[in-house]
Design a protein around this ligand. Structure first.
Ligand code: ARG
Length: 459
């Protein structure tokens, strides 16, 4: 057992209690943030005359050597220490002696862990933004290549109206664009430095909190020391943003699974992103998409866990808050993995554009346009709806599409139909005529693609 406290205790901690309390098995993950935070703290203490130049030099050299030894594998983070803070401090004292004992001046583990977690989270938000951006670039590539690729759009998973593959991908672009901006917002709101808050009430040393905040790239110091050590809102916000990203990925996964099925064959997942069956030789399964869909539950769980952990905690720091780490780490790792794999799967996926067009042709997706044709020839919409309903019934009985009916067959149901009905209900016309902002028409879609390209260049 190696802990930083013990002076006021007359008995050794029970081993089970020690194990239950210790966090090193998971907080060792942010050793780098812990050391960098300490270096900034020491620089500030020296600037304020609390440590001498000599002490500062020794401590920083010691901390840097610990950092490089851990990074190179020379020094292993031993789990005999209670937490990463104790490990670093004990190691420093071993290396440089008495000066090391001054590291913790004007600091508590409460503001220290609040800082470490913020530094770690900030880095992860940037990594997540990078991954979301890669997804956006991939979607944009597909959109650019498929402004004219016609496929059925669905409502209730029933064929509804023709759209394009670019339009369908554009819906996901919008979702992930919102995810990106949510991450940006969280970063902006959380970027204040808690160091100097002490255990809960600041310290009596003349700390320059602005300086520490600046050294660590924060917008400024936090303004209430009690909130500084007990705020985990940014983690809740991040878990919520990750849950939303996973929900988007899960919906996308579901579509890929359906599109990749034998019945649809809209896409073919690359062999590199598929798996086989141990018994059925013919199988090529969309396991990656299924796993992404499945892991969504895990990330939702993290959001529920942290909300529940924080509920009812009185001010200020309480040990409950140590529970933030494992679930946040797991949710971040999971979301990062899913984003990277999904983007890879998308980049290598083959789109069967013939199947998509064929499917759009054979589901009466142009029925609305046939009704609009009648409306344009002065038939009231409700009557037009009824006439096209009769056409559809006729086609279903004969097992044909609207486009396959002869003009005589059309005119037998309504004399308003003329030769130009075929052009009016062709898939291309149906899509091309939808040219209001946000619609699938290729012209307006290309304008939106330009807006997205510009967005990605500047975000
Ligand atoms: N391991 C603790 C945590 O993650 C560090 C803070 C400990 N503070 C304390 N007063 N025991 O929250």
């Amino acid at each position: 057992m190696a802990q930083l406290w013990g002076g006021r205790f007359t008995k050794e901690t029970d081993q089970l209690v020690y194990n239950f309390n210790a966090s090193i098995s998971f907080d060792k993950r942010f050793y780098e943030q812990d050391i960098k935070g300490s270096i900034a703290h020491v620089m500030m203490l020296c600037k304020q005359g609390i440590l001498t130049e000599e002490e500062k030099r020794e401590i920083i050299a010691g901390l840097e050597s610990i950092l490089s030894d851990v990074q190179s594998g020379k020094l292993e983070i031993s789990e005999k220490y209670e937490d990463i803070h104790s490990f670093v401090e004990a190691n420093l004292i071993d290396r440089i002696g008495d000066a090391g004992k001054k590291l913790h001046t004007g600091r508590s583990r409460n503001d220290q862990v609040a800082l470490d977690m913020k530094l770690y989270t900030r880095g992860e938000i940037i990594a997540l933004q990078g991954l979301v951006k890669e997804m956006l670039y991939e979607l944009l590539e597909i959109m650019k290549a498929h402004t004219e690729t016609i496929m059925p759009g669905f409502t209730h998973l029933q064929k509804a109206q023709p759209i394009t593959l670019a339009h369908h991908m554009g819906a996901y672009f919008e979702m992930f664009k919102r995810d990106y901006s949510r991450l940006q917002d969280i970063y902006k709101r959380m970027n204040t430095c808690p160091l100097g808050a002490g255990a809960l009430a600041g310290t009596t040393y003349p700390l320059d909190r602005n300086y520490t905040a600046e050294l660590l790239g924060f917008d400024g110091p936090t303004l209430n020391s009690m909130d500084s050590v007990s705020d985990r809102d940014y983690l809740i916000e991040l878990m919520s943003a990750l849950a939303t990203i996973m929900m988007h990925l899960s919906r996308f996964s579901e579509e890929v699974i359906i599109w990749n099925s034998n019945e649809y064959q809209f896409v073919e997942i690359d062999d590199g992103y598929s798996t086989g069956s141990s018994i059925m030789p013919q199988k090529k399964n969309p396991d990656i998409a299924e796993l992404v869909r499945g892991k969504t539950g895990r990330v939702y769980g993290a959001l529920m866990s942290i909300l529940t952990t924080m509920k009812g905690i009185p001010l200020a720091y309480n040990k409950d808050m140590q529970e933030d780490k494992e679930l946040v780490f797991d949710a971040i790792d999971t979301a990062k993995g899913c984003l990277a794999l999904f983007t890879g799967m998308l980049a290598t996926m083959k789109f069967n554009t013939d199947k998509m067009l064929e499917s759009a042709r054979h589901g009466f997706t142009n029925a609305t346009d046939a009704a609009d044709y009648l409306v344009n020839h002065n038939v009231p919409f409700r009557d037009a709806h009824g006439i096209v309903g009769q056409l559809v019934l006729y086609c279903i009985e004969k097992g044909i599409a609207l486009d396959d009916m002869t003009l005589e067959e059309y005119q037998a149901i309504s004399p308003v139909f003329q030769e130009d009905i075929y052009d009016a209900i062709s898939m291309e016309t149906c899509v091309n005529k939808r040219r209001t902002v946000g619609a699938p028409g290729p012209d307006v879609m290309r304008e939106v693609i330009d807006i997205y390209t510009n967005y990605l260049e500047n975000c």
